[in-house]
Design a protein around this ligand. Structure first.
Ligand code: 5GP
Length: 190
């Protein structure tokens, strides 16, 4: 998506540890016009697909998932990061390793909001090593929900995680796929 790639090129900051900071328009301050364009692009990509729900993970996946859900006319569910896994049995739970905090945490979603009747579109802001995404897929499997595909705002293609999941048959659309990045240059996959 040209508009997103242009913003990343203009304002993205590459920090040590292969972290891309996009706080000025996507992660902390949110450019709502750009978010609207992202939402419409997600709708265009999945036109004709009978999506019932968009699933993301708190916190930074929520804005783009909400924008897409609004234009698609479907509910958005976000998995929560919890200390406890499943105290009263009311949630599906899995363990995810955090890229940004380098620790494991439980991710839970209520059994009321994800069911075997759902055809789910997964959305997140970043795909790095694929841990968050695999966790969300695992929650869908536990609920018996089918996964239509995955939309990612920014994929760090150089990790290989996205391509490994594609090779397993998963549909993944990245709006801004980054082939390589350094403090001097960000190169997008064409
Ligand atoms: P993964 O689980 O694929 O390794 O990482 C994905 C999660 O880590 C995303 O939900 C995102 O919040 C965070 N993340 C991964 N890489 C970056 C990055 O370069 N910048 C920012 N801001 N978040 C990232």
């Amino acid at each position: 998506m040209k508009e997103l790639e242009e913003r990343i090129a203009a304002e993205g900051q590459v920090l040590p540890g292969d972290i891309l900071k996009v706080g000025s328009f996507l992660n902390q301050q949110i450019d709502t016009a750009l978010l609207g364009q992202i939402g419409r692009e997600v709708v265009r990509l999945y036109e004709g697909e009978p999506i019932t729900k968009i699933l993301t993970i708190e916190a930074s996946g929520i804005p783009m998932a909400a924008a897409a859900g609004m234009f698609m006319g479907v509910p958005v569910v976000f998995a929560k990061k919890h200390r406890t896994s499943n105290v009263d049995g009311s949630v599906y739970s899995t363990v995810v390793h955090s890229f940004t905090h380098n620790e494991d945490y439980n991710v839970v979603v209520s059994r009321d909001y994800l069911t075997a009747d759902d055809h789910v579109l997964i959305a997140d802001d970043f795909l790095a090593n694929g841990h968050a995404l695999r966790g969300l897929i695992h929650l869908c499997e536990k609920a018996g929900a089918s996964v239509a595909g995955v939309v990612i705002a920014i994929e760090k293609c150089f990790t290989g995680a996205g391509d490994a999941l594609r090779a397993e048959g998963l549909r993944i659309d990245a709006l801004a796929p980054i082939e390589s990045m350094s403090s001097e240059e960000i190169v997008f996959r064409s």
